[in-house]
Write a protein that binds this ligand. Sequence first.
Ligand code: PGA
Length: 242
Amino acid sequence: MNILTFQTQEALNKAGAGIITALVQTNPKARLGLATGGTPVGIYQELVDAYKAGTVSFQGVSSFNLDEYIGLERSHEASYYRFMQEQLLGHIDIAPERCHIPNGMAEDLDAECRRYEQLLEDSGQIDLQLLGLGHNGHIGFNEPDVALTRSTHVVQLREQTREANARFFDTPEQVPVQAITMGVGTILKAKMILLVVRGKDKAEIVKQALQGPITTECPASLLQTHPHVVVLLDQEAGSLLV
Ligand code: PGA
């Protein structure tokens, strides 16, 4: 693992966007695995700025999002579909038909999970998977458990996760109880993983994930088994690493 720590959010955002931009410049048909949440927002802003400055084009790029809530219309202000449009995809020249996200409104959710996993399989290996980290060690919505599911599946969200995400909803009760997420096995298939973590409240879980035992009780610890992981941390998130 290559762990980089940054003094400012701006430096971290520029480094994250720089890695993605360099990939797309050298591979215009890159397949990007994308994440939602507060963590990637600054990186997405940098990518939009790079696109607007003419530094990079996403015309040939495909995107595959990690997860989506079950039961929210795409137009819902907290859906991940809408998040991605507002934070990145709606502002760059990526082809809409090459932007993929699980459909949390599908009538047959298991069939939707199989469709998404097959789509990933057929599209070829993801070149770079961007990840945030949950306070409980989740990646995507793979919550800590005695065993993890390998491929895309329906997951029951932990209360801690619902509470953490309540800030994106009018009331905490509105946070869905289920989501569709890529599995840890799906995530680990990516050629490269870019894990980004910010803030003192994540320092303990960063230490567990990167330097603790590999255990399904901290899904992010499985990233230790991947041959090409780059971790971008702010100083607070990295403060407990030894
Ligand atoms: P956050 O979420 O970026 O909003 O902190 C990260 C995650 O839960 O994976």
